[in-house]
Design a protein around this ligand. Structure first.
Ligand code: GDP
Length: 297
């Protein structure tokens, strides 16, 4: 399970703290040093860990906490609060236009991140909210991606717009938006091509799509299993494309969890949903508080 090792370590550290009646400044500092190591081992980026520990320390070392009734518990609460802060405090919804208008969402991500699967999962969410989504196959480089989207769209009962692999993605996106307008769809989700690494050609293609159709939401799909790489990818995409949010996939695996803790703090963009499995229903809204509780056990 995700966060297993981090969770175990934090629980051990906190068991020691709880066990002590009074806490000295040294006790807190020692505990925070251990927390720091646990976070680094969970692949949270160094900068984020440093800021996090500083924030906790500033709040935890002081008369109020140390002389309180249950100082250990107070320190744990501060760690919890700061974990929630790190992940963005509040749940961010994908902003949609009113149902009478067409909202265009562009999905981006590296190959294998789970973009095509997540695109179909997301369509299911919108459908269950009473929207009429249209999935669009803009990945013309991998014919298998088009087929995969069609299969998933069918499973979700959502129409897939495709022009095969001979057209360029900008034209497909434009035609799809026109199709949506004339056929009563109100959420267009563009499944774009991914590559193995962040590269100029991919970014340019995404920028061209963004310019050609009015994209309302640009969402990046990243694989939680890739740890700090996921954070770097989010940072690069955000710089080129100005993301609205991130979806973190494969959190059902045994990822150490660093990406979930670092993305918001590093690139400033919220995690919107998390992928919790391969099934099309395995997409959960991201709640920073629940995630912090899961980590702290
Ligand atoms: P794309 O290349 O980014 O479009 O990636 P795909 O959508 O084809 O997904 C790549 C693989 O990851 C597939 O085998 C998916 O079933 C799997 N996958 C996607 N999301 C998740 C997830 O949240 N959890 C797990 N365990 N697997 C996932």
């Amino acid at each position: 399970m995700a966060f297993e090792s981090l969770s175990d370590k934090l629980q051990n550290i906190f068991k020691n703290l709880r066990g002590k009646g009074r806490l000295t400044e040294a006790d807190v500092k020692t505990a925070l040093k251990e927390v720091k190591l646990a976070l680094l081992e969970a692949d949270v980026s160094f900068k984020v860990v440093k800021q996090f520990i500083k924030a906790v320390q500033e709040r935890a070392i002081g008369q109020d906490v140390m002389n309180g009734l249950n100082p250990g518990q107070m320190v744990i609460k501060i760690v919890n609060d700061e974990l929630v802060n790190l992940m963005g405090s509040e749940t961010t919804e994908i902003a949609l236009r009113p149902a009478s208008e067409v909202t265009v969402i562009m999905m981006a991500g590296l190959q294998g991140a789970g973009k095509t699967t997540t695109t179909a999962k997301l369509a299911g969410k919108f459908k269950s909210k009473g929207r009429k989504p249209l999935l669009v196959a803009c990945d013309v480089y991998r014919p298998a991606a088009i087929t995969q989207l069609q299969i998933n769209g069918e499973k979700q009962g959502v129409e897939v717009f495709s022009m095969g692999d001979k057209q360029n993605p900008v034209n497909i996106a434009k035609a799809a938006v026109e199709h949506a307008k004339s056929h009563g769809f109100n959420v267009v989700i563009l499944d774009t091509a991914g590559r193995l690494h962040v590269d100029e050609a991919m970014m340019e293609e995404l920028q061209n799509i963004k310019e050609a159709v009015h994209v309302d939401q640009t969402i990046l799909v990243v694989d939680a299993m890739t740890g700090q790489d996921a954070v770097n990818v989010a940072d690069s995409f955000n710089q080129k494309l100005e993301l609205d949010g991130v979806i973190l996939t494969k959190l059902d695996g045994d990822t150490r969890g660093g990406a979930a803790l670092s993305i918001k703090a590093t690139c400033g963009k919220p995690i919107l949903y998390v992928g919790m499995g391969e099934k099309l229903s395995d997409l959960e809204q991201f709640y920073p508080e629940r995630m912090a509780s899961r980590i702290l056990g």
